[in-house]
Structures are given as C-alpha cells and as structure tokens.
Design a protein around this ligand. Structure first.
Ligand SMILES: Cc1cc2nc3c(=O)[nH]c(=O)nc-3n(C[C@H](O)[C@H](O)[C@H](O)COP(=O)(O)OP(=O)(O)OC[C@H]3O[C@@H](n4cnc5c(N)ncnc54)[C@H](O)[C@@H]3O)c2cc1C
Length: 369
C-alpha cells in the first residue's frame, strides 16, 4: 500500500479484515497524516450533487457513526448536521443537492431565514435566500480517526512503515519490485493511494496516465464569535464560497480556495500557507455578514485536494498494468468516504462481488483513450 492517508489506511483495513494477505503500508513522511488526511475540515458531508458520490458519502457516514459507537471513540462523531446557504445562481446547485439527497433517502429540509438564524445566531445579518439543513451530516476528529485506523491495522498485524518514500517501482514476472531509500519490497499487488502524488507514482510504475490535479486549500482557526455554540452545524455558503464549523472551543473557517499546485514544478510539499489567503477569507466573510467583524484568527494550515476533471474518484485495477490498483482522487471527500472507498477498493482487489455500476463509474478504465 503506497500512502498512509485515509485512502491507504482504509483500504488496508478492509483487506486485513477480509483476507489473509500480508499487507505493508509505506508512507514517505516520518508521520502518518502529514498531508490531506491530517489537514482537513473533518466535515462529513453527504449534501452533494453527484449521485454516486452521495451514495459513497452516505455509506461512509453510516460506517463512521457505527465505528464510533462500537469502540472507535476517538472519532468523536458529532451529528450536528450541515446548513448549506445559497443566493442567486447558487440556488440551482442547492436544489440539485436536495434532489440528490432525496433520491438516496437522506433527510434534508429547507429552513426559513428565522429558522436558520435560530440554529446559527451569527447568520443574523447574513445575505442568503435559500438554506438547506441536512440533519444527518456530521463532523469528526480527523486525528482520532487516523489513530483508530492505525491501531486497528497494527492489531491485525499490518506493518505500517513511515519514512519510506517509494523511489522506483518495476514489474517482475509475478509481481512488483518496490525500492525505497532503506530497502526493497516485493509485492504481488500494489495499491497506489499516494494522494497528490498518485500521478507521479503511476508514472514510476508505467501505469495508465491519469490527469490528476492538486489544489491547495487553507483552513483558519479563530476565537469563537458572539453566540458561538459547539452544537452548530457546519455552515457552507455556496454563493460567497466560504464555510465554517465549530472545532472544540474554536471556529474553523475556510475561504474555499482552489489554487492549482504543481508538485512537479514546485518540488514542494504543498503544506505551506499563503499569507494573502487570510485577506481573502475576511473579504468573503464580510460579503456574507457583518457579524464576523473583528474575528481573531489564531492559526492556519493548508493541504492539497486532488481530483480528476469529472470530480469522481479513481478506484480499481489499472487497465494496462495487472496487479496495480488505484485508490486516489478523493478530492474534498476522503474523510466522509474513507470507509466506503476502502471497502469498495478492497472488494475489487480481492475479486469480490461489487456493485458493477459503482465500479464502472470510478474505474481508471475511463481514462483509456
Ligand atoms: C483543506 C482541506 C479540507 C478538507 N476538508 C474535508 C472535509 O471536511 N471532509 C472530507 O470528507 N474531506 C475533506 N478534505 C479531503 C480529504 O482530506 C482528502 O480527500 C483525503 O484526506 C485524501 O486522502 P488520501 O489518502 O487520498 O491522500 P493523503 O492524505 O494525501 O495521503 C496520501 C499519502 O501518500 C503519501 N505518499 C505520496 N507519495 C508517496 C511515495 N512516493 N511513497 C510513499 N508515500 C507516498 C503522502 O505522503 C501522503 O501521506 C479536505 C482536504 C483539504 C486539503
């Protein structure tokens, strides 16, 4: 397994649970979760427009909730719900979201302005014309989720090795030879769960070329605003493109920036922050409402969201390289769908029965010209 983010850990978890395969997870960084999986907003959002992503999000959310109840308590699953706001053109997207949720049997309902403000008082002066509340959306503690996966893997005898960057990967007559700076590994099957580096790892293996793009996004942590409650849903304003959620005693916010980050050009890790982004956030908040005036921002992080042009994940065996599997391109949904993606990927790797439509929609085969 190349990559120790949610894609790699969740897939390894199901493989270890459902087979007797000997699994090794190789992570380039010294610590796991150093990239997107440790630098995200932890929102469990089913309120999306793509019906296939909504399906995986629903299954992923259910699994997170169940795991939390059954002993993975560090997940801290908080069913606060989500409140999506729209105005002008973005109303169409909100209506599409509502339809997609209804088709999957996921609860959601329109709220009036007064109802929205009574749930989230900071919206008193906010500019929006439609509000959709999805009570089963949630939030989790991402560090806790990572720890639970790592603990479960170690308990099942999976070796999780950090500081092991894959430098070369070549096909042998019956598998793959994988070279890291410290040692060689031989594997019958390889899973590419390398997040923003998935395309680069694919290139090393001479696999199908998949047009991944990595976009940087910032998160800010601020002191609570007046009226702040830990029970607030996460609020996503589609027209001004800004979101916020309670995170412990703090308010987490994002300007929803989506700036292309070329790993091949920059030769950097994509975790540095851009000082200009704080101004972008403040400007967007001001457009939404005057109630954020004087917000005290204490810290910030940035991470890469990796996706392909159709916005759907890339899960399955490479069409030209037998034994080489992709679990990548999870975009902004890899926490929500960790369990459902891991289960689908593991079932495909083990040759188990899967929903053929779902497998086709996410297959890397769609990139073969
Ligand atoms: C700011 C931000 C906010 C987000 N908010 C949410 C949210 O609220 N809800 C949600 O569901 N999702 C959210 N996401 C998306 C989510 O974080 C990602 O979809 C998910 O973490 C991707 O997991 P991954 O395992 O594919 O990638 P990663 O977490 O990046 O893991 C890939 C790993 O592979 C390793 N690797 C790469 N190359 C090599 C190599 N050659 N050798 C060995 N290891 C290698 C990397 O070091 C990395 O640790 C957000 C993302 C960002 C950036």
């Amino acid at each position: 397994m190349i990559g120790g983010g949610f894609a790699g850990l969740a897939t390894a978890y199901f493989l270890a649970r459902d087979s007797k395969l000997r699994i090794v997870v190789l992570e380039q960084e010294k610590k796991l979760g150093g990239h997107a999986s440790g630098r995200n907003a932890g929102m469990i959002r089913q309120a999306l427009t793509d019906p296939y992503l909504v399906r995986l999000a629903k299954e992923g959310k259910e699994a997170l909730k169940t795991a939390d109840r059954k002993g993975w308590s560090r997940i801290q699953f908080q069913a606060n719900g989500s409140l999506l706001l729209a105005g002008g053109d973005s109303e169409k997207e909100l209506k599409k979201t509502r339809d997609a949720l209804r088709k999957q049997g996921i609860l959601s309902h329109w709220l009036s302005r007064d109802e929205s403000v009574s749930r989230v008082s900071v919206l008193g002066e906010a500019k929006f014309s439609k509000a959709l509340f999805s009570p089963t959306d949630a939030m989790v503690d991402i560090k806790g989720l990572l720890q639970e996966f790592i603990h479960a893997l170690k308990t099942r005898g999976v070796r999780v090795l950090s500081g092991r960057k894959i430098q070369a990967l070549s096909r042998t007559h019956s598998g793959f030879l994988i070279r890291t700076a410290k040692q060689y590994f031989y594997a019958k099957k390889v899973v590419n769960a390398a997040g923003a580096w998935a395309g680069i790892v694919g290139e090393k293996a001479n696999a199908t070329v998949i047009p991944f793009k990595a976009y940087r996004r910032h998160l800010f942590y601020a002191d609570p605003v007046k009226g702040f409650k830990k029970a607030w849903p996460f609020v996503w304003d589609l027209s001004h493109e800004v979101y916020f959620r309670p995170q412990g005693k703090k308010l987490m916010l994002s300007p929803c920036d989506k700036i292309l980050f070329r790993l091949d050009v920059h030769k950097r890790r994509g975790t540095g922050t851009d000082p200009k982004m704080q101004q972008v956030l403040i400007k967007k908040l001001r457009q939404l409402s005057g109630s954020f005036e004087g917000l005290k921002i204490r810290s910030k992080v940035a991470g890469l969201r990796t996706m392909v042009p159709d916005g759907r994940f890339v899960i399955g065996e490479d069409p030209k390289l037998k034994g080489f599997y992709w679990v990548a391109g999870l975009g902004g949904h890899g926490v929500t769908t960790a369990f459902s993606v891991g289960r689908l990927a593991s079932n495909l790797i083990l040759g188990r029965k899967v929903d053929t439509k779902l497998a086709r929609v996410f297959s890397p085969r769609r990139f073969v010209k």
